[in-house]
Design a protein around this ligand. Structure first.
Ligand SMILES: [Mg+2]
Ligand SMILES: [Zn+2]
Length: 348
């Protein structure tokens, strides 16, 4: 059985990293960053093993005595434990760059042996970090990298496995991504459209679907819509701080109007007529099924209108690009309402 690992950098990602010394060596400097707790909790529920990997320059020398590190690290682990979060393994490189050790990120010497004993599921494992050394570390391990900005809130990640007799789907995404994607549904034109959602929403999206395409494309398209909607909804958690609404209009000679409200109430309005039976390898009637499935599991109100257009490839693409853009607006955190919910009801 392969393990799912979430490798996580510590300083600037889990906890605040002082801009001057970069060293967290006393309790008053310890601050867990926003969003860390809910995401780590969910990862544990989803069977991820949390692995902390950190470079601590000169740890154990007079410039950074061990006790100063330990007092902070112990308190951090204790605070996390109180929230039900336990790291499965913690790997610390205490060296300086000039030591040329094999355990300082991006080198993987610290965890090589561990991975031999407890091998990982590379498709599902990932690294979260704020530096190029973290990115290169992920590359050296052959896994995905989720980039954060130093001392920003923790990336809103979620994954989902959805298996039926008709389709087997794995999705993983990062709402606070840069629009990276790795999408394979077995329907080429559909992949091309889903990539538009990733690019335009800046959500990093992984989708792997193995569906019963020998029967028809319908199950695959609809189930991917259900899975994608559910995963985005899961990553939004309590929807605190989000804009909630998004809307958009133009695109080449085709005009697509898309509006979205992450209201918690699914409803799709679909006014888009296609004359062609198929575009590429996807039946055009399935676009509506996809958006209805997405709306249902994202629990969102989505309005889609194609006002006019000539080229149906463009019309389809306009819709998917626009949904990406509207999603980007709606999921974005508004700094002015950090811990507030955009509703007089108090929930979404
Ligand atoms: Mg860091
Ligand atoms: Zn080292």
């Amino acid at each position: 059985m392969l393990n799912k690992y979430a490798f996580i950098d510590r300083d600037g990602v889990l906890i605040f990293e002082p801009e001057d010394t970069k060293q967290i060596d006393s309790l008053n400097k310890l601050k867990i960053l926003d969003g860390v707790i809910p995401v780590l909790k969910q990862l544990i529920v989803d069977d991820y093993k949390l692995i902390m990997v950190s470079n601590q320059d000169g740890l154990g020398t007079t410039s950074f005595p061990r006790t100063n590190f330990d007092i902070v690290q112990d308190k951090l682990l204790d605070n996390l434990k109180k929230k039900g979060i336990k790291f499965y393994r913690i790997f610390i490189c205490p060296h300086l760059p000039s030591n040329n050790c094999s355990c300082r990120k991006p080198e993987t010497g610290l965890i090589k042996e561990f991975l031999l004993v407890k091998p990982m599921d590379k498709a599902r494992s990932f690294m979260i970090g704020d530096r190029d050394s973290d990115k290169q570390f992920a590359k050296n391990l052959g896994i995905k990298f989720y980039q954060t900005n130093t001392n920003s809130s923790f990336p809103r990640l979620a994954e989902l496995e959805r298996n039926t007799n008709e389709t087997k789907i794995f999705t993983q995404l990062n709402l606070d991504g840069i629009g990276n994607y790795n999408i394979d549904t077995g329907i080429k034109f559909f992949d091309h459209m889903l990539e538009q959602i990733a690019k335009n929403s800046l959500i990093d999206i992984d989708i792997k679907c193995t569906g019963d395409l020998s029967v028809d494309e319908h199950h695959t398209v609809e189930d991917v819509g259900l899975a994608l909607g559910a995963t985005i909804n899961k990553a939004l958690t309590n929807k605190k701080g989000i804009n909630r609404y998004g809307f958009l209009l133009p695109m080449d000679e085709a005009l697509a109007e898309v509006a979205i409200d992450l209201s918690g109430r699914p409803f799709l309005v679909w006014n888009a007529k296609f004359k062609r039976e198929k575009i590429g390898d996807i039946p055009t009637e399935l676009f509506e099924d996809f958006f209805r499935a997405l709306s249902n599991n994202l629990q969102a109100n989505i309005h889609i209108n194609i006002r006019y257009g000539r080229n149906e490839h463009h019309m389809a693409e306009a819709i998917f690009k626009a949904i990406g853009r509207t999603l980007r607006q709606a999921i974005e955190n508004d700094p002015r309402q950090k811990n507030l919910i955009t509703s007089t009801k108090g929930i979404l």
